[in-house]
Every structure is written in structure tokens, then in C-alpha cells.
Write a protein of this length. Structure first.
Length: 247
């Protein structure tokens, strides 16, 4: 699965499935609450909160839910206190995996995530064991048939680091420039598929066959855990193999 955009599109498709199960709302409410707690409830002054609210709106979350989550974060309403953190480890075939979590019970989350890794032929590593293989970047994706020239011009003019075309079009930015670039692309009338701050792998590890199947199950089970917010991995799976696994 070469190319970040294909991974983003698969996550987008999975996101639609998660929304049906109500999973996505749980994760978005946590992110909004934590973002409001750290940076305050003013959307104009809190970039992390703006991004979280944008994602919630894209997922069709009711405005009341968003407002309540912000108020819980700012302390205007009683709410659960969440701790956020990162697990690092390896999946089948030596694929590096980063798991971002938010939890009200770290002991439970550690046990759950360790169990998921062990059950699917992976293992948790120590802090710093794989993080150096990834860069935190802004990633904005477009379908393959979008106007590449228009995207390229608007993105670079707004300060994007790179624009690539590979199973879709992807715009990569420094996290600090993400909003500026995203706003410029929206102002140009360009309809994006996904827009997020993510962890992009510097290199990719090719997996196939049983390892590829186990890895997809590992990622699916991690993402299905209510305490897990995001999962990043540096795998490369061929189109044919991915189609077979995804069914």
C-alpha cells in the first residue's frame, strides 16, 4: 500500500463504518474535551479545538454534543478527566506502529493494548522505539481526478511542503502551516477527501500474505478500542493484496 493517500482513504472508509457503530463520536468527544481543557473553549484561539470540531461536523455530530464536550473540557460542565499518551510497538512483519490514546484509566488501557498486540503477532516497545521513524505533518488528500494543477498552485502558494499524486493527490504541510494551507485550498473551491494532522512514516515496510492479514486485524482491533484515538503504521501492502484482505 504505497502512498499515504491510499492509507488515508482506507481510514476514511473505515471511519464511515466506525460512525455506524457510534465509535467515531466517542473518540471525537474525547478529543474536543481534551483540546478545550488544554487550550480553552475559544475556537478562534485554539487550533487543536478547531480541527477537532471540524472533524466532528464532518462526521455529522449534533451541535449540542459538540458544545457539551467543549463545556466539559473548560469545566463549565462536570465531566471525566482524560489522560493522553502514546504507545509504540511492532506489528507482524516488523511494521512499526504508533498508538495515540486518551483514557480515564491508564492501567486498563495499557492492559488492553498489550493484549491486542500479543494476540495479533505484535509486541509493545518502549517509548522512543519507533517514533523516530515518523514525522508529524499536516496531510490533506484529494481524489485522483481532482485538478492537480489548481491544488499544486494553491497549496504551494499557501506554504505547503509538498504535493504528490499517487492513488490520489496529497498535500503535505508543516503542522504549523496546516490551517493556512487548508483554508487556502477551501477558498479556491477545492473539495478535499481528508484533512488531518498525522504521523507520516519516513520509510515503509513491505508485508504480504499472513503478515498482511494479521497486521490489518491488529490495526482494526486497536482502532476499535474506545481508548485509542489514532493508529499509525509504516506498512506497504500491494493493491491486489489489500483488495483481497479488505474483501
Amino acid at each position: 500500500m504505497a502512498g499515504h493517500s491510499k492509507w488515508a482513504n482506507i481510514k476514511h472508509r473505515k471511519g464511515a463504518q466506525d460512525a455506524k457503530r457510534g465509535k467515531i463520536f466517542t473518540k471525537l468527544i474525547k478529543e474536543i474535551t481534551v483540546a478545550a481543557k488544554i487550550g480553552g473553549g475559544d475556537l478562534e484561539a485554539n487550533a487543536r479545538l478547531r480541527l477537532a470540531v471540524d472533524k466532528a461536523k464532518q462526521a455529522n455530530m449534533p451541535k449540542d454534543n459538540i458544545d457539551r464536550a467543549i463545556k466539559k473540557g473548560t469545566g463549565d460542565l462536570d465531566g471525566v478527566t482524560y489522560e493522553e499518551g502514546v504507545f509504540e510497538g511492532y506489528g507482524p512483519g516488523g511494521v512499526a506502529v504508533i498508538v495515540e490514546f486518551m483514557t480515564d484509566n491508564r492501567t486498563r488501557t495499557v492492559a488492553d493494548v498489550r493484549h491486542i498486540f500479543a494476540k495479533h503477532n505484535g509486541n509493545l516497545g518502549v517509548s522512543g522505539s519507533v517514533a523516530f521513524m515518523f514525522d508529524r505533518k499536516g496531510l490533506i488528500t484529494f481524489p485522483d481526478d481532482a485538478d492537480f494543477d489548481a491544488i499544486f498552485e494553491a497549496a504551494l502558494e499557501a506554504g505547503a511542503e509538498d504535493v504528490k499524486q499517487d492513488n490520489g493527490i496529497e498535500v503535505i504541510t508543516d503542522p504549523a502551516d496546516f490551517e493556512t494551507v487548508k483554508n487556502a485550498l477551501e477558498s479556491a473551491g477545492l473539495e478535499m477527501t481528508t484533512a488531518e494532522i498525522t504521523m507520516l512514516p519516513q520509510t515503509q515496510t513491505t508485508v504480504e500474505g499472513k503478515h498482511a492479514e494479521q497486521l490489518m486485524k491488529l490495526i482494526d482491533k486497536l482502532e476499535d478500542n474506545d481508548d485509542v484515538q489514532n493508529v499509525y503504521a509504516n506498512f506497504d501492502i500491494s493493491d491486489e493484496e489489500m483488495d483481497r484482505i479488505m474483501g
